[in-house]
Design a binder for this molecule. Structure first.
Ligand code: AP5
Length: 223
């Protein structure tokens, strides 16, 4: 038994595999997955005021203003399920200001994971990505094709997954990621994301296992 639930941040360029790995992490560890991209897309598709504001930035591959995203994340982090099960923050913080907002509230992860993938691979992954709106499952036309025709018929492409938009999203990532890393330098773990999904997951899994074991050992020592 852990003293406190696991708190994980996962970062990486567009299509580095964050969403794919998060599904696997959630399945094994039961953490609450908080993806700012998913939360913003939900606002856009519901046509809320936040969604209307965010859409313009997302369509241009730019970061949505810090305050908008931070408000969404902080409100989600304060829900009781998060305190009980732990959290997996995907795609946040993405700027120095966002990292500082969490620091001020003393919200820190146990680990900060960065998935590293070369640019040409990222572009191919984005352009080939398809999503199942019914299950939320992530596919790729070559790497992970759908299981059958029924799934295939309902797959959708994200509006920001065109070649041009991916290039600007990648540029935005490069401009901002360096600013976030120093805040988490003591918790940083870079993982080669250009390996088979199961191999990437095994590496993440063993890091998370270690954190759980250390926490249990500490708890035992204190009893
Ligand atoms: P967001 O939704 O977070 O997009 P992103 O960071 O660009 O990341 P992606 O969702 O594109 O990729 P992923 O890493 O999850 O990869 P996936 O697993 O799907 O953000 C969208 C927008 O919202 C931003 O541009 C911004 O405007 C806004 N936003 C979000 N957060 C914000 C914040 N904090 N502040 C301000 N604005 C914010 O995989 C990709 C593809 O590769 C799939 O097809 C998959 O099947 C395949 N794949 C995955 N892993 C592998 C593997 N190991 N081998 C082969 N193929 C693989």
């Amino acid at each position: 038994q852990r003293e406190a639930p696991l708190k994980v941040m996962i970062s990486g360029a567009p299509a580095s595999g964050k969403g794919t790995q998060c599904r696997m992490i959630v399945e094994k560890y039961g953490l609450v997955h908080i993806s700012t991209g998913d939360l913003l897309r939900a606002e856009v598709s519901s046509g809320t005021e936040i969604g209307k504001k965010a859409k313009e930035y997302m369509d241009n591959g730019m970061l949505v203003p810090d305050q908008v995203v931070t408000d969404i994340v902080v409100s989600r982090l304060s829900q009781p399920d998060v305190r009980e099960k732990g959290w997996l923050l995907d795609g946040y913080p993405r700027s120095y200001a966002q990292a500082q907002s969490l620091e001020i509230m003393k919200i820190r992860p146990d680990i900060f994971i960065v998935l590293e993938v070369p640019d040409d691979i990222l572009i191919d992954r984005c352009v080939g990505r398809r999503l199942d709106p019914e299950t939320g499952k992530i596919y790729h036309i070559k790497n992970f094709p759908p299981e059958n025709d029924e799934v295939s018929a309902r797959l959708v492409t994200r509006s920001d997954d065109t070649f041009e938009k991916v290039k600007s999203r990648l540029e935005t990532y490069k401009q901002n990621s360096e600013a976030v890393l120093p805040t988490y330098s003591d918790l940083l773990n870079q993982i080669d994301g250009n390996q088979h999904v199961e191999v990437v997951f095994n590496e993440i899994d063993s890091l998370l296992q270690k954190i759980c074991e250390n926490a249990s050992a500490k708890m035992l020592a204190n009893t």
